[in-house]
Ligand binder design. Structure first.
Ligand SMILES: Nc1ncnc2c1ncn2[C@@H]1O[C@H](COP(=O)(O)OP(=O)(O)OP(=O)(O)O)[C@@H](O)[C@H]1O
Length: 361
């Protein structure tokens, strides 16, 4: 049995509103798990059920072999960090961090010792006598982290802790949280709607939609082997290109164009022969250089309609037959608006989906 087991968990609000539907997840000790999905999919509800702030309607929450459903939040050995920091404005940062310890009636010495070690780790030593309003967003979030850390809990629950920070600070805090996670040997469950955050931080990602798990896997698994169209579209930036086509033996007909498929792929496709399917191609899976070397790959030509410069790469928008597509190229390749671009498709990276169910074929 894993350290944390969520087994057949359901959440029903007001006896009719099902927001978590048969959720199952195993989490190992010291693992960093990200829950991601669009707004309203039930991520926060799930985290609140784990923390004890919300009842579990049905199912079992087991931690270290013990059923926790009826254990009070304060006795669950967990610390929570929220998006809006939830700091008390009338308390100094020191008292904010110490709040939980004082509530638990820890001795002054213990509080002082833990505060000093945490403040050092978070680079907050010079701000302890100040109030939260005197801090920047990043510093406030560090105070909130500090408050969680001094509890010495074995489990950290984080609900979009970085969403209020600007992009640069978010990147820095991501690294800080990861370092803390490793240093403290805690098990972390991290809610975010930002797939980049989840991909860069998590050992394991749970993709949710409408209260249901879509896929659980390592970041790379989700990226290269999405279970369905929802996961393929949710993970990755820019969005994966999805083209509608008809399967014909060893190829897919897309409008007037044809994409050849790898033998390993089309051998599994008998039941789809002559049927409409969806083809997923990530922007980096078009080849634009040395395509003549890959003689087996068919070549296509499109006119560049838009260029998005991203620093190291450029995203080119062009057409494949009548479909708008994006192609990612190193920005050192010089393309201009209106240029024609020749490209081929990396066959080994093509993803196919059932048009009706969205499931990966
Ligand atoms: N106390 C409540 N009573 C009734 N319905 C609720 C309650 N809390 C949440 N919900 C509903 O449960 C669903 C899931 O909400 P939840 O906050 O868990 O989503 P989320 O994925 O965390 O969204 P976001 O990313 O926007 O925070 C929503 O449809 C929401 O309206």
């Amino acid at each position: 049995m894993s350290y944390i087991e969520l087994s057949k968990i359901y959440k029903v609000y007001n006896e009719k509103n099902l927001v978590i539907d048969d959720f199952n997840l195993s989490i190992e000790k010291n693992e960093f798990v990200a829950l991601i999905g669009p707004s309203g999919c039930g991520k926060s509800t799930l985290l609140r059920m784990i923390s004890g702030l919300e009842d579990i309607t049905y199912g079992d929450l087991i931690i270290d072999g013990k059923r926790m459903n009826d254990i009070h939040a304060k006795d669950r050995d967990m610390s929570m960090v929220f998006q809006n920091y939830a700091l008390y404005p009338h308390l100094t940062n020191y008292d904010n961090i110490a709040f939980g310890l004082k509530l638990r009636k820890e001795s002054k010495e213990v509080i002082k010792e833990r505060l000093s070690s945490v403040a050092k780790m978070l680079d907050l030593e010079n701000y302890l006598e100040a109030y939260p309003s005197e801090l920047s967003g990043g510093q406030r979030q560090r105070v909130a982290l500090g408050r969680a850390m001094v509890q010495n809990s074995h489990i950290f629950l984080m609900d979009e802790p970085l969403s209020n920070l600007d992009a640069k600070l978010r990147n820095r805090m991501r690294i800080e949280i990861l370092k803390l996670h490793k240093q403290l040997n805690v098990t972390t469950i991290y809610v975010t709607h930002d797939q980049v955050e989840a991909m860069t931080m998590a050992d394991k990602i749970v993709v949710m939609d409408k209260g249901e798990v879509q896929q659980i896997g390592k970041p790379k698994e989700l990226y290269y082997n999405p279970a369905n169209l929802f996961v393929a579209k949710f993970i990755g930036d820019p969005d994966i290109n999805i083209l509608g086509g008809t399967l014909q033996q060893s190829s897919v007909q897309i409008g007037q164009s044809v994409i050849e498929l790898n033998p390993s792929l089309y051998q599994k496709l008998d039941e789809y022969e002559g049927k409409e399917i969806l083809v997923g191609i990530r922007a980096e899976d078009f080849r634009t250089e040395n395509i003549y070397v890959e003689s087996a790959e068919k070549q296509y030509r499109g006119m560049i309609e838009l260029i998005e410069m991203r620093g190291d790469s450029s995203i080119l928008m062009t057409k494949f037959d009548d479909n708008e597509i994006t192609i990612k190229v190193p920005s050192s390749q010089n393309y201009e608006l209106g240029d024609n671009i020749d490209f081929s498709v990396n066959q080994s990276r093509i993803l196919l989906f059932d048009k009706e169910t969205g499931e990966r074929i």
